[in-house]
Design a protein around this ligand. Structure first.
Ligand code: GLN
Length: 553
């Protein structure tokens, strides 16, 4: 049963995917929230993986970890960044999750001897999940994005569930179709036909869009709006033009100009509680696209570079955004350069200097496996010896410790056992409880995931950045700093400035400021909690150090 008076907005894609359904969903969420309605955003992913944790980031983009530890799609990260709050497990579903619940219930005789079928049982489970997300946290409006496009065979059950909800609650459910209007180079004219066809496809499910968000290179003109309105059966003022923009953070501002928020509320028969307060957002969005702000050059040294440069941004999405937020706060624009760790591996000292010497800051982000590892370690050594601000995220912290052990402590065969099981000095080792998971091939959802507390040591950079003693950060890893080496590393000058409350797990490593302007690594992923209006303090300190580096040079 749907929650009494609760409203649902489904966001569906027509024509092709990748044109910004996620941004539309996030923007609608922000607008309605700023107009006084508590909102929750739901991502539906049609694939059969139970969660996103087992997917390669080059193919599917970054794995975004919720506070709870659920490994989800990168869109969830955008949702959280736009709403400025944490989302929950209920806000994410995959076909795999849905089927897993149905099958588990069938095995437990939960269907009382009935034949269990896609319709109605799988569809009902989808509806149950949408309801359970709606029930959470006093939400008044759910905005639900269905991944992929309308035409995808695998989306049929999700669209059918949405149709049923609309049939049962005609006044409470809206459909927003995000479509694409191509302008073929040979014609030089924007075409509406693919959108018309996509609407017809949607109609064949028994669903009529209430709004069409028309994505295109240039703004959609009145003539084409009229054409879409007439042929797609949508009021003209519900055809929203969404041309390409400089940054996704401008989208809600443009939609507000087009009164999308008001029209949605009207259509849902909800009064506007207040004008959307977007002043702080606007200030941030303008700072984020200010091309006049001085540049700061940041190298991200990673390995997920195989499928062409356009995937990079997706594989490290939250890292890029976290850098941008802190740069905008400090009135800088960050220019990010991807450095392939595999190329560094082959490079001699001269080439390493050429490749890295020009940067004001170096980041080694999270990662898995041995590809490009020695290249990352080279980059870390370079940053340490040349006093270039360095920020290591998860793997980037573990490798920072390996580098320190090798080159400062002189433990030449120091390594992480992820790379070399027989290392003479396993300074990074698999966590005890992880050994069994690996032995049993239990990879899905078994890492150390989600939020854990850490205590910060007085007098450290970490403590000064956060300005508090106890922090909570999100994790995703199987390996940790080997406790057997902590004392030695500390004696050699490395400071573990953040630890688990029992003092066993090292959560932050840094060099004292007297030794290096900013050399810090975190076992967690700070980028997952960086938000436009509340940039992450460690990223901000890193960028601050990079600014100083630029000045000194
Ligand atoms: N591969 C490392 C581990 O499992 C680091 C993981 C990461 O960077 N997220 O511990």
């Amino acid at each position: 049963m749907a929650k009494e008076g609760h409203k649902y907005i489904f966001v569906l894609g027509g024509v092709m995917s990748g044109v910004g359904k996620g941004v539309v969903t996030s923007s609608i969420g922000l607008l309605l929230q700023q107009k006084g309605y508590p909102v929750n955003l739901v991502k539906v992913d049609p694939y059969l993986n139970v969660d996103a944790g087992t997917m390669n980031p080059t193919e599917h983009g970054e794995v975004f970890v919720l506070r709870s530890g659920l490994e989800t799609d990168q869109d969830m990260g955008n949702y959280e960044r736009f709403l400025g709050r944490d989302l929950t497990n209920d806000d994410y579903m995959t076909s795999g999750m849905v089927y897993q619940s149905v099958i588990a219930r069938e095995r437990a005789l939960g269907y009382g001897g009935k034949c269990v079928e896609a319709v109605p049982h799988v569809r009902d489970e989808i509806l149950r999940r949408i309801e359970s997300a709606a029930a959470y946290n006093g939400s008044r409006i759910s905005v639900i994005e269905i991944g992929g496009t309308i035409g995808d065979f695998q989306n049929a059950l999700f669209i059918d569930a949405a149709r049923v909800l609309k049939m049962q609650h005609p006044e409470d459910v809206l459909f927003v179709m995000v479509s694409y209007l191509p302008t073929p180079g040979t014609l030089g004219e924007m075409k509406t036909k693919p959108t018309q066809t996509a609407v017809r496809d949607l109609n064949s499910y028994g669903v009529q869009p209430d709004f069409i968000v028309a994505r295109s290179k240039e703004a959609v003109d009145e003539k084409r709006k009229e054409k879409l309105a007439i042929s797609c059966n949508v009021p003209k003022d519900h055809v929203i033009s969404a041309p390409d923009i400089g940054s996704i953070y401008e989208a809600p501002l443009n939609f507000e100009k087009d009164k999308l928020g008001d029209s949605l509320l009207d259509s849902l028969r909800l009064p506007e509680k207040r004008r959307a307060s977007l002043a702080a957002w606007k200030k941030f969005a303008l700072a984020a696209v200010n091309t006049k702000a001085p540049e700061i050059n940041i190298a991200v040294v990673g390995k997920y570079f195989d499928t062409g440069s356009f995937v990079l941004a997706d594989a490290y999405l939250s890292v890029i955004e976290a850098i941008k937020f802190s740069a905008a706060k400090l009135h800088r624009q960050a220019k990010i350069t991807w450095v392939n760790s595999k190329d560094l591996e082959k490079a001699g000292p001269k080439v390493v200097t050429q490749m890295l010497g020009k940067f004001h800051g170096i980041i080694v982000p999270g990662g898995f496996g041995e590809t490009g590892i020695e290249g990352k370690i080279k980059a870390i050594r370079f940053a340490r010896e040349r006093n270039i601000p360095y920020f290591g995220l998860c793997y980037g912290m573990q490798l920072m410790v390996v580098e320190y052990a090798r080159n400062v402590l002189g433990l030449k065969d120091a390594n992480t056992t992820e790379i070399k099981k027989s290392a003479a000095d396993p300074v990074v080792d698999v966590m005890l409880e992880q050994k069994k998971h690996l032995a049993d091939n239990k990879y899905g959802g078994t890492m150390r995931l989600g939020v854990y507390p850490a205590y910060l040591k007085k007098g450290t950079m970490a403590r000064a950045a956060y300005k508090k003693e106890l922090v909570e950060e999100r994790h995703r890893h199987r390996y940790e700093i080997n406790p057997a080496y902590v004392k030695q590393l500390e004696e050699a000058g490395l400071v573990f400035s953040g630890t688990s409350p029992d003092g066993v797990l090292m959560e932050i490593a840094e060099l004292p400021r007297s030794e290096h302007p900013f050399m810090l690594g975190t076992q967690f992923h700070p980028e997952l909690q960086a938000r436009p209006l509340t940039p992450h303090p460690l990223f901000t300190e890193f960028i601050r150090a990079a600014i100083k580096r630029k000045r000194r040079k």
